[in-house]
Design a protein around this ligand. Structure first.
Ligand SMILES: *Cc1c(COP(=O)(O)O)cnc(C)c1O
Length: 366
Protein backbone atom coordinates (compact mmCIF):
# COMPACT_ATOMS: atom_id res chain seq x y z
CA UNK A 1 0.00 0.00 0.00
CA UNK A 2 1.14 3.49 -0.76
CA UNK A 3 -0.74 6.68 0.16
CA UNK A 4 1.02 9.87 -0.91
CA UNK A 5 0.47 13.20 0.85
CA UNK A 6 -0.91 14.49 -2.44
CA UNK A 7 -1.62 12.85 -5.80
CA UNK A 8 -2.04 15.17 -8.78
CA UNK A 9 -2.33 12.35 -11.33
CA UNK A 10 -5.90 11.46 -10.40
CA UNK A 11 -7.01 15.05 -10.79
CA UNK A 12 -5.35 15.41 -14.18
CA UNK A 13 -6.98 12.19 -15.39
CA UNK A 14 -10.40 13.52 -14.38
CA UNK A 15 -10.10 16.67 -16.54
CA UNK A 16 -7.52 15.54 -19.07
CA UNK A 17 -9.46 16.23 -22.27
CA UNK A 18 -10.42 19.76 -21.19
CA UNK A 19 -6.86 20.59 -20.10
CA UNK A 20 -5.29 19.18 -23.24
CA UNK A 21 -7.70 21.11 -25.41
CA UNK A 22 -6.97 24.37 -23.57
CA UNK A 23 -3.21 23.80 -23.83
CA UNK A 24 -3.50 22.86 -27.51
CA UNK A 25 -5.36 26.09 -28.20
CA UNK A 26 -2.59 28.20 -26.68
CA UNK A 27 0.08 26.25 -28.56
CA UNK A 28 -1.77 26.96 -31.78
CA UNK A 29 -2.21 30.64 -31.07
CA UNK A 30 1.47 31.04 -30.02
CA UNK A 31 0.86 34.08 -27.83
CA UNK A 32 2.73 32.69 -24.87
CA UNK A 33 3.34 35.76 -22.72
CA UNK A 34 0.38 37.69 -21.28
CA UNK A 35 -1.91 36.28 -23.92
CA UNK A 36 -5.71 36.60 -23.87
CA UNK A 37 -6.06 33.71 -21.39
CA UNK A 38 -4.14 35.68 -18.76
CA UNK A 39 -6.50 38.64 -19.00
CA UNK A 40 -9.56 36.40 -18.82
CA UNK A 41 -8.19 34.52 -15.82
CA UNK A 42 -7.43 37.81 -14.07
CA UNK A 43 -11.03 38.91 -14.58
CA UNK A 44 -12.44 35.58 -13.47
CA UNK A 45 -10.35 35.41 -10.30
CA UNK A 46 -11.03 39.04 -9.35
CA UNK A 47 -14.74 38.24 -9.72
CA UNK A 48 -14.48 34.95 -7.80
CA UNK A 49 -12.65 36.48 -4.84
CA UNK A 50 -14.44 39.83 -4.94
CA UNK A 51 -11.87 42.48 -5.82
CA UNK A 52 -11.72 45.01 -8.63
CA UNK A 53 -8.31 44.09 -10.04
CA UNK A 54 -6.07 41.06 -10.45
CA UNK A 55 -2.57 40.95 -11.90
CA UNK A 56 -0.97 37.63 -12.88
CA UNK A 57 2.69 37.18 -11.97
CA UNK A 58 5.29 34.41 -12.16
CA UNK A 59 4.85 32.86 -8.68
CA UNK A 60 3.32 33.31 -5.26
CA UNK A 61 6.68 34.56 -4.04
CA UNK A 62 6.70 37.25 -6.71
CA UNK A 63 3.09 38.09 -5.85
CA UNK A 64 4.14 38.86 -2.26
CA UNK A 65 7.27 40.74 -3.30
CA UNK A 66 5.64 42.86 -5.99
CA UNK A 67 2.56 43.55 -3.84
CA UNK A 68 4.78 45.07 -1.16
CA UNK A 69 6.59 47.21 -3.71
CA UNK A 70 3.36 48.25 -5.43
CA UNK A 71 2.03 49.51 -2.08
CA UNK A 72 5.21 51.49 -1.49
CA UNK A 73 6.62 49.28 1.26
CA UNK A 74 10.42 49.39 1.30
CA UNK A 75 13.52 50.76 2.96
CA UNK A 76 13.05 51.88 6.55
CA UNK A 77 9.69 50.11 6.92
CA UNK A 78 8.78 47.30 9.28
CA UNK A 79 6.32 44.60 8.24
CA UNK A 80 4.66 42.45 10.90
CA UNK A 81 4.04 38.81 10.03
CA UNK A 82 3.91 35.31 11.50
CA UNK A 83 6.97 33.18 12.22
CA UNK A 84 4.94 30.02 11.51
CA UNK A 85 4.70 29.99 7.72
CA UNK A 86 6.60 29.18 4.56
CA UNK A 87 9.83 31.14 4.11
CA UNK A 88 8.49 33.24 1.20
CA UNK A 89 6.16 35.23 3.46
CA UNK A 90 9.07 36.93 5.24
CA UNK A 91 11.80 36.48 2.63
CA UNK A 92 9.93 38.80 0.30
CA UNK A 93 9.82 41.53 2.98
CA UNK A 94 13.62 41.55 2.91
CA UNK A 95 13.57 41.45 -0.91
CA UNK A 96 11.41 44.58 -0.93
CA UNK A 97 14.02 46.26 1.29
CA UNK A 98 11.92 46.29 4.48
CA UNK A 99 12.39 44.47 7.80
CA UNK A 100 10.21 41.50 8.82
CA UNK A 101 8.99 41.73 12.42
CA UNK A 102 7.43 38.58 13.83
CA UNK A 103 4.39 38.27 16.09
CA UNK A 104 3.38 34.99 17.75
CA UNK A 105 0.48 32.79 16.70
CA UNK A 106 -2.77 31.43 18.06
CA UNK A 107 -1.80 27.78 18.71
CA UNK A 108 -5.33 26.53 17.94
CA UNK A 109 -5.63 28.00 14.45
CA UNK A 110 -1.87 28.35 13.77
CA UNK A 111 -2.56 31.87 12.47
CA UNK A 112 -1.05 35.17 13.61
CA UNK A 113 -2.50 36.44 16.88
CA UNK A 114 -3.90 39.99 16.67
CA UNK A 115 -2.92 40.84 20.26
CA UNK A 116 0.66 39.86 19.50
CA UNK A 117 0.58 42.13 16.44
CA UNK A 118 -0.36 45.10 18.62
CA UNK A 119 2.64 44.51 20.87
CA UNK A 120 4.97 44.73 17.88
CA UNK A 121 3.77 48.07 16.50
CA UNK A 122 6.39 50.83 16.26
CA UNK A 123 6.59 54.16 14.47
CA UNK A 124 8.25 52.27 11.58
CA UNK A 125 5.47 49.71 11.13
CA UNK A 126 4.10 50.04 7.59
CA UNK A 127 2.25 46.81 6.88
CA UNK A 128 0.92 43.52 8.21
CA UNK A 129 1.06 40.21 6.34
CA UNK A 130 -1.44 37.72 7.77
CA UNK A 131 -1.10 34.22 6.33
CA UNK A 132 -4.23 32.09 6.05
CA UNK A 133 -2.31 29.00 7.01
CA UNK A 134 -3.37 25.51 5.90
CA UNK A 135 -6.49 27.04 4.28
CA UNK A 136 -8.10 28.80 7.24
CA UNK A 137 -8.44 32.58 7.43
CA UNK A 138 -6.64 34.60 10.08
CA UNK A 139 -8.87 36.84 12.21
CA UNK A 140 -9.39 39.49 9.54
CA UNK A 141 -11.81 41.61 11.63
CA UNK A 142 -9.24 42.26 14.31
CA UNK A 143 -6.36 42.57 11.89
CA UNK A 144 -8.17 45.11 9.68
CA UNK A 145 -9.15 47.09 12.77
CA UNK A 146 -5.53 47.32 13.91
CA UNK A 147 -4.51 48.34 10.40
CA UNK A 148 -7.16 51.09 10.17
CA UNK A 149 -6.35 52.41 13.61
CA UNK A 150 -2.64 52.72 12.85
CA UNK A 151 -2.88 53.50 9.13
CA UNK A 152 -1.11 50.31 8.01
CA UNK A 153 -1.27 48.37 4.75
CA UNK A 154 -2.46 44.77 4.81
CA UNK A 155 -1.15 42.13 2.41
CA UNK A 156 -2.95 38.80 2.75
CA UNK A 157 -0.82 35.74 1.99
CA UNK A 158 -3.47 33.57 0.34
CA UNK A 159 -1.07 30.97 -1.08
CA UNK A 160 -2.79 28.20 0.91
CA UNK A 161 -6.32 29.55 0.99
CA UNK A 162 -7.89 29.81 -2.45
CA UNK A 163 -11.64 29.83 -1.84
CA UNK A 164 -11.45 30.08 1.96
CA UNK A 165 -13.92 32.43 3.64
CA UNK A 166 -14.11 34.62 6.72
CA UNK A 167 -17.56 35.81 7.79
CA UNK A 168 -18.97 35.22 4.33
CA UNK A 169 -16.21 36.98 2.40
CA UNK A 170 -13.41 35.32 0.47
CA UNK A 171 -9.80 35.27 1.64
CA UNK A 172 -8.02 37.87 -0.43
CA UNK A 173 -10.84 40.42 -0.39
CA UNK A 174 -9.95 42.05 2.95
CA UNK A 175 -6.48 43.55 2.59
CA UNK A 176 -5.11 46.36 0.45
CA UNK A 177 -3.53 43.57 -1.58
CA UNK A 178 -3.56 39.80 -1.50
CA UNK A 179 -1.07 37.34 -2.93
CA UNK A 180 -1.99 33.97 -4.43
CA UNK A 181 0.23 31.09 -5.49
CA UNK A 182 -0.65 28.59 -8.20
CA UNK A 183 2.22 26.25 -7.33
CA UNK A 184 1.06 22.76 -8.42
CA UNK A 185 0.36 21.53 -4.88
CA UNK A 186 -1.90 24.44 -3.87
CA UNK A 187 -5.69 24.07 -3.86
CA UNK A 188 -5.78 25.83 -7.22
CA UNK A 189 -2.49 24.83 -8.83
CA UNK A 190 -1.12 25.12 -12.35
CA UNK A 191 1.42 22.93 -14.14
CA UNK A 192 4.47 24.95 -13.14
CA UNK A 193 4.94 28.23 -11.26
CA UNK A 194 2.35 30.97 -11.21
CA UNK A 195 0.89 33.64 -8.95
CA UNK A 196 -1.48 36.60 -8.77
CA UNK A 197 -1.99 39.80 -6.81
CA UNK A 198 -5.49 41.10 -6.11
CA UNK A 199 -6.41 44.64 -5.09
CA UNK A 200 -9.21 47.19 -5.19
CA UNK A 201 -6.80 50.03 -5.89
CA UNK A 202 -6.39 51.05 -9.50
CA UNK A 203 -3.09 52.73 -8.65
CA UNK A 204 -1.67 49.60 -7.03
CA UNK A 205 -2.87 47.48 -9.97
CA UNK A 206 -1.14 49.85 -12.41
CA UNK A 207 2.04 49.70 -10.32
CA UNK A 208 1.90 45.92 -10.38
CA UNK A 209 1.54 45.80 -14.14
CA UNK A 210 4.61 48.00 -14.48
CA UNK A 211 6.61 46.02 -11.91
CA UNK A 212 5.94 42.68 -13.63
CA UNK A 213 7.04 44.05 -17.01
CA UNK A 214 10.38 45.84 -16.51
CA UNK A 215 8.84 48.98 -15.08
CA UNK A 216 7.22 49.91 -18.35
CA UNK A 217 3.75 51.15 -19.28
CA UNK A 218 4.52 51.89 -22.90
CA UNK A 219 6.79 49.32 -24.49
CA UNK A 220 10.50 50.28 -24.39
CA UNK A 221 9.83 53.29 -22.15
CA UNK A 222 10.75 52.42 -18.57
CA UNK A 223 9.48 54.57 -15.71
CA UNK A 224 10.51 52.54 -12.68
CA UNK A 225 12.87 49.72 -11.76
CA UNK A 226 10.97 46.56 -12.57
CA UNK A 227 11.16 42.80 -12.97
CA UNK A 228 10.35 40.06 -15.43
CA UNK A 229 7.48 38.35 -13.62
CA UNK A 230 4.57 37.34 -15.78
CA UNK A 231 2.05 34.53 -15.66
CA UNK A 232 2.42 32.23 -18.68
CA UNK A 233 -0.51 32.05 -21.06
CA UNK A 234 -0.31 28.23 -20.88
CA UNK A 235 -0.65 28.28 -17.10
CA UNK A 236 -3.55 30.73 -17.30
CA UNK A 237 -5.36 28.44 -19.77
CA UNK A 238 -4.90 25.47 -17.41
CA UNK A 239 -6.03 27.52 -14.41
CA UNK A 240 -9.19 28.64 -16.21
CA UNK A 241 -10.19 25.00 -16.61
CA UNK A 242 -9.37 24.18 -12.99
CA UNK A 243 -11.15 27.25 -11.61
CA UNK A 244 -14.47 25.69 -12.67
CA UNK A 245 -13.87 22.82 -10.26
CA UNK A 246 -12.35 24.62 -7.28
CA UNK A 247 -15.56 24.83 -5.21
CA UNK A 248 -16.24 21.13 -5.70
CA UNK A 249 -12.62 20.24 -4.87
CA UNK A 250 -12.58 22.43 -1.75
CA UNK A 251 -15.82 20.78 -0.58
CA UNK A 252 -14.22 17.36 -1.02
CA UNK A 253 -11.23 18.51 1.05
CA UNK A 254 -13.60 19.69 3.79
CA UNK A 255 -15.47 16.39 3.74
CA UNK A 256 -12.20 14.48 3.95
CA UNK A 257 -11.12 16.61 6.93
CA UNK A 258 -14.40 16.10 8.75
CA UNK A 259 -14.20 12.35 8.23
CA UNK A 260 -10.64 12.30 9.65
CA UNK A 261 -11.93 14.32 12.65
CA UNK A 262 -14.58 11.72 13.33
CA UNK A 263 -12.30 8.73 12.93
CA UNK A 264 -9.28 9.88 14.98
CA UNK A 265 -10.92 12.04 17.65
CA UNK A 266 -10.47 9.39 20.34
CA UNK A 267 -6.84 8.60 19.53
CA UNK A 268 -5.50 11.45 21.66
CA UNK A 269 -4.30 13.65 18.78
CA UNK A 270 -5.65 17.21 18.46
CA UNK A 271 -7.66 17.51 15.27
CA UNK A 272 -7.71 20.88 13.45
CA UNK A 273 -9.78 23.62 15.08
CA UNK A 274 -12.17 25.51 12.80
CA UNK A 275 -12.60 29.03 14.11
CA UNK A 276 -16.33 28.93 13.35
CA UNK A 277 -16.08 32.29 11.60
CA UNK A 278 -15.57 31.09 8.09
CA UNK A 279 -14.75 28.28 5.74
CA UNK A 280 -11.55 26.28 6.09
CA UNK A 281 -10.47 24.83 2.73
CA UNK A 282 -7.92 22.39 4.13
CA UNK A 283 -4.92 23.00 1.96
CA UNK A 284 -3.42 20.88 4.73
CA UNK A 285 -5.06 18.67 7.31
CA UNK A 286 -2.74 19.25 10.25
CA UNK A 287 -3.01 17.56 13.62
CA UNK A 288 -1.09 18.26 16.81
CA UNK A 289 0.17 15.16 18.51
CA UNK A 290 2.47 13.59 21.06
CA UNK A 291 5.41 11.51 19.81
CA UNK A 292 5.03 13.27 16.47
CA UNK A 293 8.24 11.97 14.88
CA UNK A 294 7.52 8.40 15.98
CA UNK A 295 4.00 8.63 14.53
CA UNK A 296 5.42 9.95 11.25
CA UNK A 297 7.85 6.99 11.05
CA UNK A 298 5.12 4.54 11.99
CA UNK A 299 2.88 5.84 9.18
CA UNK A 300 5.79 5.76 6.74
CA UNK A 301 6.30 2.12 7.66
CA UNK A 302 2.72 1.48 6.58
CA UNK A 303 3.27 3.29 3.25
CA UNK A 304 1.55 6.50 4.36
CA UNK A 305 3.31 9.79 3.72
CA UNK A 306 2.89 12.64 6.19
CA UNK A 307 4.73 15.95 6.32
CA UNK A 308 5.86 18.55 8.86
CA UNK A 309 4.79 22.05 7.85
CA UNK A 310 6.90 23.64 9.31
CA UNK A 311 9.69 22.16 11.39
CA UNK A 312 11.47 25.44 12.21
CA UNK A 313 9.90 28.84 12.90
CA UNK A 314 11.19 31.64 10.72
CA UNK A 315 12.82 33.61 13.55
CA UNK A 316 15.06 30.57 14.15
CA UNK A 317 16.12 30.23 10.51
CA UNK A 318 19.75 30.92 9.70
CA UNK A 319 18.84 33.31 6.90
CA UNK A 320 17.13 35.59 9.46
CA UNK A 321 19.98 35.58 12.01
CA UNK A 322 20.52 39.19 10.95
CA UNK A 323 17.19 40.10 12.60
CA UNK A 324 18.56 39.22 16.05
CA UNK A 325 15.83 36.89 17.32
CA UNK A 326 16.57 34.00 19.67
CA UNK A 327 15.00 30.74 20.79
CA UNK A 328 12.15 31.45 23.17
CA UNK A 329 11.02 34.68 21.47
CA UNK A 330 7.85 33.06 20.07
CA UNK A 331 7.01 30.18 22.42
CA UNK A 332 3.69 29.24 20.79
CA UNK A 333 5.20 28.98 17.33
CA UNK A 334 8.18 27.03 18.72
CA UNK A 335 5.88 24.64 20.56
CA UNK A 336 3.65 23.78 17.61
CA UNK A 337 6.62 23.17 15.30
CA UNK A 338 7.37 20.08 17.42
CA UNK A 339 3.75 18.87 17.45
CA UNK A 340 2.31 19.39 13.96
CA UNK A 341 1.84 16.65 11.41
CA UNK A 342 0.03 17.08 8.10
CA UNK A 343 -1.77 14.00 6.80
CA UNK A 344 -2.61 13.15 3.18
CA UNK A 345 -5.37 15.36 1.86
CA UNK A 346 -6.57 16.03 -1.68
CA UNK A 347 -10.02 16.03 -3.27
CA UNK A 348 -9.66 12.52 -4.69
CA UNK A 349 -8.38 10.93 -1.44
CA UNK A 350 -11.69 9.22 -0.67
CA UNK A 351 -13.21 7.49 2.32
CA UNK A 352 -11.36 4.20 1.91
CA UNK A 353 -7.90 5.67 2.28
CA UNK A 354 -8.94 8.02 5.10
CA UNK A 355 -10.18 4.98 7.03
CA UNK A 356 -6.88 3.15 6.52
CA UNK A 357 -4.82 6.16 7.66
CA UNK A 358 -7.08 6.79 10.66
CA UNK A 359 -6.91 3.15 11.71
CA UNK A 360 -3.09 3.32 11.67
CA UNK A 361 -3.14 6.45 13.85
CA UNK A 362 -5.53 4.81 16.32
CA UNK A 363 -3.31 1.69 16.34
CA UNK A 364 -0.19 3.77 17.10
CA UNK A 365 -1.70 5.35 20.21
CA UNK A 366 -3.41 2.18 21.47
C1 LIG B 1 3.52 28.32 -1.45
C2 LIG B 1 3.58 29.50 -0.56
C3 LIG B 1 4.17 30.71 -0.97
C4 LIG B 1 4.98 30.85 -2.22
O1 LIG B 1 4.38 30.52 -3.40
P1 LIG B 1 5.25 30.08 -4.67
O2 LIG B 1 4.26 30.10 -5.78
O3 LIG B 1 5.80 28.73 -4.38
O4 LIG B 1 6.33 31.08 -4.87
C5 LIG B 1 4.07 31.80 -0.13
N1 LIG B 1 3.46 31.72 1.06
C6 LIG B 1 2.91 30.57 1.52
C7 LIG B 1 2.24 30.55 2.85
C8 LIG B 1 2.97 29.42 0.72
O5 LIG B 1 2.43 28.28 1.17
Amino acid sequence: MNIPILDLKEQYQSIKSEINEAVGKVLGETQFILGPEVKKLEEEIAEFIGTKYAVGVASGTDALHLALRAMGVGKGDEVITTPFTFIATAETVLLAGAVPVFADINPDTFNIDPESIEKKLTSKTKAIIPVHLYGQCADMDKIMNIARKHNLKVLEDCAQSFGAEFKGKKAGSFGDTSAFSFFPTKNLGCFGDGGMVLTNSEEVAENLKMLRGHGSKVRYYHDIEGFNSRLDTLQAAILRVKLKYINEWNEKRRNAAHLYNKLIKDSGVKTPVESGEGKHVYHQYTIKCKKRNELKDFLAGAGITSMIYYPLSLHQQKVFECLGYKKGDFPRSEKVQDEVLSLPIFPELGEERIKIISEKINEFYR
